[in-house]
Design a protein around this ligand. Structure first.
Ligand code: ZN
Length: 141
């Protein structure tokens, strides 16, 4: 345990990483070493998970999160995360999706300004290249 403590202390900075938690059965030679939790982030980077003061093998703490999207907070170094907290999240991709939706709607309203103008006389919505207003017949500039 003394070794584990100093190992933990040598680890890096506090991070919050979103990804999918998977449980792998680690094989050592022909026998099973046990189940171990990993986090795969959106760039497919793989982190091995353990709790502070635990070896991380057959740790039931991680089992309820298997194959779920989670946000892990802890000390991260060299593809290891010493986990302080885990919480389930709806999707790793949800933030990305929201950004895409925003840029599409910005594009649409930009396009709208490109294609249309409003009659200076009656306010009718006209095609940008229209020479006369459909509604009041006034010549547009
Ligand atoms: Zn008009």
């Amino acid at each position: 345990m003394k070794y584990l403590k100093s190992f933990n202390e040598a680890l890096g900075s506090l991070s919050t990483i979103k990804g999918k938690l998977i449980i792998k059965d680690i094989q050592v030679g022909s026998k099973s070493d046990g189940k171990h939790a990993y986090l795969i982030d959106k760039d497919n980077k793989e982190y091995r998970l353990s709790r502070r003061g635990h070896l991380g093998i057959d740790d039931e703490y991680f089992y309820p999160y298997e194959n779920k999207n989670v946000e892990v907070t802890g000390d991260e170094a060299k593809n290891w995360i010493i986990v302080d907290n885990i919480k389930p999240i709806s999707s790793v991709l949800s933030d990305v999706r929201r950004e895409v939706d925003n840029s599409v709607s910005n594009l649409r309203s930009g396009l709208d300004k490109e294609l249309y103008k409003y009659c200076y006389n009656c306010g009718e919505k006209l095609e940008k290249r229209a020479a006369f207003c459909n509604e009041c017949g006034k010549k547009q500039d």
